[in-house]
Design a protein around this ligand. Sequence first.
Ligand code: ZN
Length: 188
Amino acid sequence: MVLEVVKYGHPVLRKKGAKIEKLTPDVRKLISDMLETMRVAHGVGLAAQQIGEAVQLTVIDVSPVTDRPSTLEQNGKPADVNGFMPLVLINPEIKPYGEMQTGPEGCLSFPEIFADISRPSHVEVKALNENGEIIEFRAGGLLSRAIQHEVDHLNGILFIDRMSRDAKAEVQAEIAELQAKTKTALKG
Ligand code: ZN
């Protein structure tokens, strides 16, 4: 089932996600609906807050993106990124590392708003997958950026919080307009 993506201005986007204690049928359904919603929306990632649920769950798929490379390392060895997609991360714990890199980012909760964001180049990840198994890996490139963006969502942090002052000034009017529109729709 394709779910509605919550837009900026909705309070759920600022909520820290609760830990998922058990892979119940409801959680499994949520995972499958989020994967479908991400595909239909042509997103690289989707966090539970973005479909209105403040829980520690995100889905990611960088495989449709061919012009921005990703790297993946498991047990110290390079692994096939596309073979690892789509990625379901439950209760993820991440440690970003490496040099700061600036790259373009968008967000399904901010339609048509894009900005350059600086983040550490790599990330170390530990999470549960869709089967409740522990997965550990390191990621670089677009995958690292996507994971950091999505895990931010799980903590109520948005990419506008990571924009430089100049980058934010450029999109400030669009952000304000989106926020006002969302708030009006919520009242209605
Ligand atoms: Zn986002």
